[in-house]
Design a protein around this ligand. Structure first.
Ligand SMILES: [Mg+2]
Length: 123
């Protein structure tokens, strides 16, 4: 099975580096962006299977990026990774909007994230 193509969008450059290293070393094709607007461009260009996305970013935030990605065809699976917590309200809303999953930042295990990514593309 070919590995899912990933685009990661997050304004924290250090976190983006961690993702790029981890998945790059494991043979995934991963592209990154530190702004929502740039992320949309990269998604259009790379047509990834999965988008890893931050919620809170300057400019276009994850919410708006999700809306746009859901209108694309084919539309990538979107996995949010965010430290934002308002008692689960926002997470529930994002899932209702079509996000595949919402994970907590800091991420407890990159292996678990890898599993979630592979699960997202297997159905
Ligand atoms: Mg952020």
């Amino acid at each position: 099975m070919t590995k899912p193509r990933i685009v990661a969008i997050d304004d924290e450059a250090e976190f983006i580096d961690i993702l790029e290293n981890y998945f790059g070393l494991r043979g995934y094709e991963i592209d990154v962006a530190v702004r929502g607007a740039k992320g949309i461009e990269v998604v259009k260009e790379k047509n990834p299977d999965v988008v890893l996305m931050d919620l809170k970013m300057p400019g276009i935030d994850g919410d708006e990026v999700l809306k746009l990605l859901k209108s694309m065809s084919p539309s990538p699976k979107v996995i949010f990774i965010t430290a934002y917590d308002d008692g689960g309200k926002t997470k529930a809303r994002l899932l209702k909007m079509g996000a595949y999953a919402c994970l907590d930042k800091p991420i407890s295990s990159l292996r678990d994230l890898e599993e979630t990514i592979n699960k997202a593309v297997s159905n």
